[in-house]
Structure formats: C-alpha cells, structure tokens
Design a protein around this ligand. Structure first.
Ligand SMILES: *Cc1c(COP(=O)(O)O)cnc(C)c1O
Length: 465
C-alpha cells in the first residue's frame, strides 16, 4: 500500500516513511492510495474479540509492507497494556438508542492515547531497524501533547518538543506535559493560541533545511498512523451494537477532524455507518461549513472544551480530498485561499459528497454545562465538556432519526477538566489513583515567543540526538 499527498505534488511513500515524516513536502497530508475492504462476514467475525485482536485485523492491511505480523501484534499489545480498563474502549448506554464510547482510560485520560501509544511503539521499531533518530515536534491544544510525551518519554532515538498555547490549557493538561522528568521531553509554552502553534509547526515542516537537519517528524493528527489507530474503535463499538447486521451512526466531538475522519475511513472499509455527526463547541467553523458550504475564519473564542478550540481544522483537508474526487490541485487551491484570505467556499458537487456522510451541530457554553448536569442526573455518567458537546449534538441527531443506534465518543475523562465539570454538576471529578500525585510533581517548561527563527534555534540547541 502506497500513501499519496492530498495536494498531489509529493512522492508516494510507504506506510513507514509516511509515519516517520508526518506532513508531505507539498504541504499536504498523506492518505492511502486505496482503502482496504472488509466483507460483512469479516466484520461479523469481530464480535467478541479483544480490542487488541480487532486492532491487529484493522491495521494490518495498511501497514503490512512495513511491519511483520509479529511486530504489529507486539506493538499493539504493549500500547494498550497500560490502559485502566480491560475493554480498552468500553461502551455505556445513555438512553434507549444512545451509547457512549469511553475513550479516556489511557495513560493521559483522552482518546489521543489510543493512537499515540501505538505510534510510540511503531516509531521505536522502525527507528531501530533503520538506525535513525528523529526530532518530534508537536502542536497541542492540550491532549495531543500529553499523549505524545507519554508515548515517547525516555525513548533513545527520539527528542520530543511540544508547543502548547500559554495559559490556554487546563492545569491537568499542562502538568501532564511539564512534569515528566526524562531529558528527551521538552514542553514549550507559546505566546499565542492553538492555531498559532499549529502554524509554527507547519512552517517548520516547510523549512526543508531545518526539517532535514534535525530529522523533523510530526505526530499531530496530520500523521496518518494516528488516524489509522483510531479506526479500530469504530469497528469494536459498531459491532457491539449490532453491525454489520444494522447500521450505526456516530457523533464525534471535533476539532482537527482526525477522529471523525477515522470514522469515515471505517465506513469506506465497509462498516455500515449511516451518519457521521460533527459536534463543535462555540468555535463552529465546521458546523457552518457543513450547513452552508462556507469555511470562514472568525477568530477562536476560548471555551471550556479547549481541545476543540480550532479554526484551521487540518484533517478536514482529507475529507475535502475525497469530496473533490481526490483532486490534489483543487484541494491545494482551497488551502491557498484559506491561507491568503482566511476563507474558502466548497463547490456544490463537493458539498453533495460531504453531505452523503456528514451531519453537524454546535453546542454553546451554557448548554454544555446543562448537558453535564442532566446526564449525571439521568444516567450517573459524569461527562467532560468535550463529550458533553458530543452528547448534546447527538441528542438532536437522534430526534431526526430515532431508529438508528447512535454512538457518541467520550473523548476525555472528566477529571481532566475539573473546573467546568464542578461548575456544571457540583461534583469534583477525581483523578484515577495512578496519577493522584500529579499536583505534587515539579514542573519544567520553557516560555517561547510566536517566532519561527527563535523556535528553530531553541530546538537545534536543546535536542540531544
Ligand atoms: C483532540 C480532542 C478532540 C478533537 O479531536 P480531533 O481529532 O482533533 O477532531 C476532542 N476532544 C478531546 C478531549 C480531544 O483531546
């Protein structure tokens, strides 16, 4: 299987190369040239298997040319061994036809662990085989950074630098990034918002001299390996509620579009998904785009669900690539418009293609609090604010179509966002015992300006490899 760029101007790569690279050299994102297909029988046979076994079956056709069965199996087993729940991604019932997929039992309590733990293992295998070293630089609105640090801390062949927006992540998120003691971990607090962090990251990737000099690698959700590992829980959860014998819909709290795009690929692989519902907070650029075809930036307003405070939703480019019939030139033109004018309009045909799969909705701050309180009262489930946005949008989708089972992704543990959860419910969510001492650990962080040259100088100086 080869991987091609959404902008059509970069060489096709193997899975291993696409994984170690992250962003394509033409600024595009890697996608598989063809999507492997599963038959109804193959999907039905996933019922009752362990999460790890389904992960192996789903990922293997994408990775087989880079990793042997033994390597992939070993990576998957080690990746999920540290999770706090034996089902890895347990499903809870909220209402007669509404289910909650809990994706927050990993080491940093957000769904990012599902992919990051696997790619930490896969990087290690591939770098050792090639006797190669890399500098990972990531941008985070909070959860990617901690998940990446957790996955790569202490690894021989890797230095990891994480840019997060100063003052805009929760205290738990910040401490998860600033308290690891390993010398290969570098937490950088940038003066700006998440889109600034992400823009600086892209600029570093486009500075080919720097990129080659430090062996730059990206583990943001632009990295296809991340998307791949997230396809798995669409299969396990859909099969648990009756697929492939019945259709299932999903609602996904969305920011950078990586998680929901994994759902789209699951559908392309043959999983009978009816609707993929994009849930946004007050930063509703994707909801506006799905409703009216207009992708216009208005400025990010900080919310209580910070991991979704995003306007440049990088993986939406992958969805556009499919909607435009895999036309790299068309995608390139849209992305140029976004960069120069801060907006683009999706063509009528492409909108038609998007609406075949996606719905959307948006939930404001007050309503998010109400949903946390109400869900606790009616089900006993304490939601994080991101998951609450998902549940709110899902409830509207269920009203439109009460017959199809709806699975809402719970993307983070409530204890990651204790202030909002407490305000909504009066309950202070406790951290799981394995990280109860987080607030006593010493922090280590470097404040950095929103300036490319200074950032690059810092990374050159601090990296050990
Ligand atoms: C990253 C994140 C999201 C958004 O996921 P995308 O893949 O960026 O759309 C939602 N909720 C939480 C808690 C997250 O960490």
């Amino acid at each position: 299987m080869r991987y091609i760029s959404t902008r059509g101007q970069a060489p096709a790569l193997s899975f291993g190369e696409a994984m170690l690279t992250g962003l394509a050299r033409d600024g595009g994102l890697y996608v598989p040239e063809t999507v492997p297909q599963f038959t109804q029988d193959e999907i039905a046979a996933m019922a009752g298997l362990s999460y790890e076994e389904v992960a192996f079956r789903v990922m293997k056709p994408f990775t087989a040319e880079t990793f042997s069965d033994e390597e992939l199996k070993g990576a998957i087993t080690r990746a999920y061994a540290g999770f706090g729940h034996v089902a890895r991604a347990p499903l809870k019932q909220l209402a007669p036809n509404h289910f909650l997929l809990e994706l927050f039992h990993g080491p940093t309590l957000a769904f990012k662990d599902f992919a990051m733990q696997v790619i930490g293992q896969l990087f290690q295998i591939e770098l050792a085989k090639q006797n190669r070293k890399v500098t990972i630089v990531g941008a985070t609105s909070g959860d990617t950074g901690s998940a990446a640090i957790e996955a790569f801390r202490g690894l021989e062949n890797v230095d990891v630098f994480i840019l997060f927006p100063h003052g805009r992540v929760s205290e738990v998120q910040r401490r998860q990034m600033t308290t690891p003691i390993e010398g290969n971990v570098h937490a950088l607090a940038l003066e700006g918002d998440f889109d600034d962090c992400q823009a600086k990251l892209k600029d570093m990737f486009n500075d080919f001299t720097f990129r080659d000099e430090v062996g730059l690698a990206g583990v943001n959700s632009i990295n296809f390996a991340r998307v791949l590992a997230q396809i798995v829980y669409y299969f396990t959860s859909a099969v648990a509620v009756g697929a492939p014998h019945r259709k299932v819909s999903f609602t996904v709290p969305t920011g950078n579009f990586g998680d929901i795009f994994a759902g789209f690929l699951a559908k392309e692989m043959g999983l009978p998904i009816d609707r993929l519902v994009i849930a946004t907070n007050q930063n509703d650029i994707l909801d506006r785009c799905i409703k009216a075809g207009d992708y216009t930036k208005r400025g990010v307003k900080p919310s209580m669900s910070p991991s979704m405070d995003i306007e440049v939703s990088s993986n939406f480019e992958r969805a556009l690539f499919w909607a435009y019939g895999r036309d790299g030139a068309a995608v390139s033109a849209l992305m140029d418009e976004l960069k120069t004018q801060g907006s683009f309009t999706v063509s009528k045909n492409a909108m038609g293609a998007l609406l075949e799969h996606y719905d959307s909705g948006s939930v404001g701050e007050g309503r998010t609090l109400e949903i946390i309180a109400k869900t606790l009262k009616t089900t006993g489930e304490l939601l994080c604010p991101h998951s609450a946005v998902g549940v709110g949008v899902a409830m509207e989708a269920i009203e439109r179509d009460p017959a199809t089972p709806m699975i809402t992704l719970a993307t983070a543990h409530p204890a990651k966002f204790p202030a909002a959860v407490n305000e909504a419910s009066g309950v202070h969510p406790e951290l799981p015992p394995r990280m109860a001492d987080l607030f006593e650990r010493e922090e280590r962080v470097t404040r950095v300006p929103n300036d490319l040259a200074e950032l690059e100088a810092l990374i050159r100086k601090e990296r050990r490899v």
